[in-house]
Design a protein around this ligand. Structure first.
Ligand code: NIG
Ligand code: FE
Length: 421
């Protein structure tokens, strides 16, 4: 990267670097990262420098951080979460341990419905406090950008309440949050036998109001036999697109509902889950450059056996992202490295693929890849210094999150480096 001379305020020295640029891990030894005004000004090897780079490193910045030979990677982008919710579903966990399936629980009025009941009753303060704990856990595992969906309200007031809480979280925490409206998560009980009436409520009332308040950038739906059909999903997406929202889809999680092809043709940013993705669906995703977001936590937690067609995704050069899907029903998993491990163990991703999935491809799934997901000149200085021997350790040391320093937009949010001195 040829640097542009500018005033450096923070310099990270004595590190190893995996910038995740050009869809590769690109490891660099003896590296440094220069930060100016919250952006990466330069990142690279400290030997054989061009004149401009040498000039940058000679500056006397406000702070110089000795990374003690730690690895610097972009902060993780957790591009699919439902981390604002109330209530608990541990009773359902026990039912599932006894053999009852996720779909059966849903048909008996549990599952998403039980979280909807609790979330409708909860105050903003209660939702904010429980979500804050979840954000802190994920932050401690290296996440600097989150996507959070609504979808546990399914009425205008509660959907707006969730989106307002997401907005408050974005202000309260030194992280970046993208909010997604998921009114089409499932059919609320009061619309039983009136599916089209609920689609009307979404398209005629909810979407225009969410747009009016500018509190979400994307619209998601659950296209599945226990949720919405392809045609109903299409109606929601048509209105969403007319209003200028990005779209993304929970597609092909429990069956092939032909959602991925529809979403891709409508230029969705991503299709998520994809265990039952067909060859045609994958071809449409490849054609329209749709990101495949894999959610191994939900696959694991629901004891699924059908895996997403990873080799087809590779063959068709579809970008693969990996995310926690943090939610109370199918993936109550609060750790990004644990998800990386699952992506490798359950879906056969290589460590490099999993790490790209949790950084640059996660950013792509949110339409943020120009700003986030890799350490490159001009991008946001969202990065983590890890106390590891190799980047693959983040996939291998399952359950461990050895974060030494976490920085978002050039501001240090966590710093354990002094503990080693
Ligand atoms: O991504 N599939 C639909 N939505 C969530 C689960 C939500 C829930 O069970 O509360 C998912 O798996
Ligand atoms: Fe989800």
């Amino acid at each position: 990267m040829e640097p542009v001379p500018q005033t450096i305020d923070t310099l990270l020295i004595n590190c190893r670097l995996a910038p995740m640029a050009d869809n590769k891990l690109c490891p660099i030894e003896n590296a440094a990262v220069a930060i100016s005004n919250g952006k990466v000004a330069w990142a690279g090897q400290t030997q054989n420098l061009s004149d401009n780079a040498a000039q940058i490193l000679k500056q006397d910045p406000k702070q110089t951080i000795d990374c003690q030979n730690g690895w610097v990677l972009p902060g993780f982008v957790d591009c699919h979460t439902h981390l604002v919710w109330a209530g608990s579903r541990s009773n359902e966990f026990e039912m599932r341990l006894n053999g009852v399936t996720y779909e059966e629980i849903s048909k008996q009025g549990g599952g998403i419905f039980s979280t909807v009941k609790a979330t409708r009753k909860a105050t903003r303060k209660e939702l904010f406090e429980s979500a804050s704990k979840r954000i802190k856990s994920l932050l401690n595992t290296g996440v600097t950008t989150f996507e959070i969906k609504s979808g546990y309200g399914l009425d205008l007031d509660t959907e707006l309440k969730m989106l307002e809480v997401i907005d408050q979280l974005n202000t309260a925490f030194p992280i970046h949050i993208e909010a997604t409206f998921l009114g089409a998560h499932t059919l609320p009980p009061e619309f039983k036998n009136n599916l089209d009436g609920y689609i009307d409520l979404i398209t005629k009332t909810m979407l225009p109001e969410v747009k009016n308040q500018s509190i979400a950038t994307a619209v998601d739906a659950f296209c599945e036999r226990i949720a919405f059909s392809r045609d109903q999903t299409q109606k929601v997406f048509e209105t969403a697109k007319d209003l200028g929202f990005n779209i993304k889809l929970h597609a092909e999680q429990l069956s092939d509902s032909d959602g991925a092809a529809l979403a891709a043709q409508m230029r969705a940013l991503s299709c998520d889950h994809l265990e039952y993705l067909s060859r045609y669906g994958a071809q449409q995703m490849a054609k329209h450059n749709t990101v495949a977001v894999l959610l191994p936590g939900a696959f694991y937690f629901l004891k699924e056996s059908k895996k997403p067609p990873v080799q087809t995704l590779r063959d068709l050069n579809i970008p693969i992202a990996v995310s926690t899907d943090l939610n109370p029903g199918s993936s109550p998993i609060h750790s990004m490295p644990l998800i990386l491990n699952m992506a490798c163990m359950l879906f056969n991703l290589t460590c490099e693929e999993a790490l790209l999935g949790a950084t640059i491809n996660g950013a792509k799934a949110l339409g943020l890849d120009k700003q986030k997901g890799s350490i490159e000149t001009g991008k946001d200085a969202d990065l983590v210094v890890w106390d590891i021997d190799l980047p693959a350790d983040l996939c291998y040391l399952s359950g461990l999150s050895p974060v030494d320093l976490l920085m978002v937009g050039g501001k240090i949010t966590l710093n354990h480096l002094n503990c080693h001195q």
